[in-house]
Ligand binder design. Structure first.
Ligand code: ADE
Length: 230
């Protein structure tokens, strides 16, 4: 049976997963800890990367190349841009972009580099599974664009820039880098985030208040999805 990778960026994003899975085996590799585990008869490899695009790319690459995971699910929290998204709400990315990638001086769109793409699309089958889980549990699930960058956004000005240039619904710090890795290696991936703040002036305080509870909402949803993945 093929292994499923589940990753987060912070310990709090994978802790609720580790509480529920069975037969955990810890493996230290490349300055990080990977947890092989089982859930509902499925083989999982779980890890948190540390925050940001570089660490998340490293962890995603290791999950796919060293642990040979054949699907990757990301679980965590995000700041909302779309006003329909409230704290605790869930968003799945249909596509992801890097909002801080900027060679616009050469006439390129924000988020684009030659031989790359402005947007990377997530796996449609995994998104359909998420929609089925949301329906079964009567949960609101918004599908939209997630923008990633190496900065915690806590200003309306930056939020407006990201909204205008990427039409993004939510923002965070790892999704698009994981997407680039999975896309290059042809591994289906999926990014789920529960909202912890609205990326405005209060974002720092809201994040501290809601990060743990929102991370639990996301992790619990991911485990419901695992049951349905072949
Ligand atoms: N993750 C959760 N909230 C965020 C924010 N406001 N900026 C970047 N990443 C986040």
């Amino acid at each position: 049976m093929s292994k499923i990778a589940i990753m987060g960026a912070m310990p709090e994003e994978i802790a609720p997963l580790l509480e529920k899975v069975e037969n955990i085996k810890k493996i230290e590799y490349a300055d990080n800890t990977y947890y092989e585990a089982e859930y509902e008869g499925k083989e999982l490899v779980i890890a948190y990367s540390k925050i940001g695009k570089v660490f998340s790319s490293l962890t995603a690459s290791i999950l796919l190349e060293k642990f040979a995971c054949k699907k990757l699910l990301f679980s965590g929290v995000a700041g909302a841009i779309n006003p329909e998204l409230k704290i605790g709400d869930l968003i799945i990315a249909d596509k992801l972009c890097q909002h801080d990638l900027d060679i616009s001086i050469f006439g390129h769109d924000f988020g684009y580099v030659p031989e790359g793409a402005k947007f990377v699309e997530s796996d449609e089958t995994l998104r359909e599974i998420a929609k089925a889980v949301a329906k079964e549990n009567g949960l609101l699930l918004i599908e939209g664009t997630i923008a990633t960058g190496d900065q915690f956004v806590a200003s309306n000005e930056r939020k407006t820039f990201i909204a205008n240039h990427f039409q993004a619904d939510a923002l965070e710090m790892e999704g698009a880098s994981v997407a680039v890795v999975c896309d290059a290696l042809n591994v289906p991936f999926f990014v789920l985030r529960a909202i912890s703040d609205t990326a405005n002036d209060d974002a720092g305080m809201d994040f501290d208040t809601f990060m743990v509870s929102s991370a639990k909402i996301s992790a619990s949803f991911i485990l419901d999805m695992v049951e349905k993945i072949d």
